[in-house]
Design a protein around this ligand. Structure first.
Ligand code: S3P
Length: 434
């Protein structure tokens, strides 16, 4: 099994760019594939997950070309859109790899097309629940079956005469909301998704950017189908979920000052920044602007503060930091007093059971974390000591452990580190460079 070794650092003083946002890249590829004309996507995320989405649209007849540049920000994709109903029957099963976003959003698209297909994934994805999309898509009139009624592979017979529905999200999931909106944009009439959880709204923002606005009735998101999408030039901001590792590194490693340029700061994604500020972190945002309907800015973080434990349980805040909770757990090990994190049971059905995996591995380094059915309690402040730990093949666990290694005494050896390519290709090079 491959490993990487991390040793503690002092004084990280650097300016960085992180790769493009994963959620926004998926949506850019999907909507440009379904639009009329040729789109260009700048600074797209060329990671394993996003390649699954480009792969399945290529398999359904969309011409997508890659023009890698010298710098991350030069890299771009061109996508020759086929229009809202122009996808072709794929020759074989569609491979979503490790990507929940690919399988759930693509299912919403395929549900309204004249296509019969199978979508499968890797071992981790094959254990993740899909009934949350099967229920609404079946209600709209597509024919979907799954292993044990719930797990990939999914077999979908699309229906070009989908019915619009009103659907209240049973779980806080932007993937489910997006799946229903992407099906709804193909159905004749108003599809309404009720989202009391305030999940990320990249699909709504990007639909508006492509010329198909989603009405915002507070908790109700309403799309009137069928829509027409016009090809666009898209600039993808840096991923706040990737930037967050260096924000926490900057807070925890003594003598540090890190600037991260051009990061997406969507208010439904920035819960980690709000919560780290509550812990006592010194974080400043500069150069705020809007790019392609998404807020963007530069983040500056400095170490040197004392941190105190917090309680994080607000159902409306959790979705805005769901992928960063393992990292928050790490930050909380360095805060005085107790941190309580609740209402995050969704973490149990991510790429790994993230409640179990992060608690188990950080405890090996000397943390005092107790698992709760829907969260954690963390007793701080605990010094960390290097040890052998494992990633469970989960990119967010691997990167959180890498940041832990920067403050742990001695050597931290992380098993199976390659999974970072799911969302942050080049992560280990950036670690090396700092
Ligand atoms: C995502 C939504 C979240 C998140 C995932 C990306 C998206 O998943 O964890 O990394 O792009 O819509 P859920 O919708 O399952 O919460």
């Amino acid at each position: 099994m491959p490993t990487v070794s991390i040793r503690p650092k002092e004084k990280i003083k650097t300016t960085l760019n992180v790769p493009g946002d994963k959620s926004i890249t998926h949506r850019a590829v999907i909507l440009s594939s379904l639009s009329e004309g040729k789109s260009t996507i700048h600074n797209y995320l060329d990671s394993d997950d996003c390649r699954r989405t480009t792969g399945v649209f290529r398999d359904m007849g969309v011409k997508i070309q890659k023009f890698p540049g010298g710098k991350l920000s030069d890299a771009n994709l061109t996508v020759e859109g086929v229009g809202i109903d122009g996808l072709k029957q794929p020759a074989g099963p569609l491979d979503a790899g490790n990507s929940g976003t690919t399988i759930r959003l693509v299912s919403g698209v395929v549900a309204g097309q004249d296509i019969t297909c199978e979508i499968f994934g890797d071992e981790s994805l094959s254990g993740r629940p899909m009934d949350r999309i099967i229920v609404p898509l079946s209600e709209m009139g597509s024919d979907i079956s799954a292993r044990e009624g719930k797990y990939p592979p999914l077999k979908i017979k699309g229906n070009p005469d989908l019915k619009p529905i009103r659907y209240a999200l049973p779980v806080a999931s932007a993937q489910v909301k997006s799946c229903v909106l992407l099906a709804g944009m193909q159905a004749e009439g108003a599809t309404v998704v009720v989202d009391p959880y305030h999940t990320r709204d990249h699909t709504e923002r990007m639909l508006a950017y492509f010329g198909a606005s989603v009405k915002d009735g507070g908790e109700e998101k309403i799309i009137n189908g069928p829509v027409k999408l016009k090809a666009k030039e898209i600039f993808v901001p840096g991923d706040i979920s990737s930037a967050a590792y260096f924000v926490v590194a900057g807070m925890l490693v003594p003598g540090s000052e890190i600037e991260i340029k051009n990061v997406g700061l969507n208010p439904l994604r920035d819960g980690i920044i709000k919560t780290l500020l509550k812990l006592g972190g010194e974080i400043i945002i500069n150069n705020r602007k809007d790019v392609c309907n998404e807020p963007v800015g530069d983040i500056v973080v400095r170490s040197g503060r004392r941190f105190s434990g917090v309680t994080v349980d607000e159902p409306s805040l959790i979705p805005s930091m769901i992928d960063e909770i393992p990292l928050l757990v790490l930050a909380a090990t360095q805060a005085e007093g107790k941190t309580i994190i609740r209402n995050v049971a969704e973490l149990r059905v991510k790429e790994s059971d993230r409640i179990k995996s992060i608690a188990t591995e950080l405890n090996k380094l000397g943390a005092r974390i107790t698992e709760l059915p829907d969260g954690f309690t963390i007793e701080g402040k605990t010094p960390l000591k290097g040890a052998g730990v494992k990633s469970y093949g989960d990119h967010r666990i691997a990167m959180t452990l890498a940041v832990a290694g920067l403050i742990a005494d001695g050597e931290t050896i992380i098993e199976d580190p390659g999974c970072v390519d799911i969302s942050f290709p080049g992560f280990w090079d950036v670690m090396e460079s700092i």
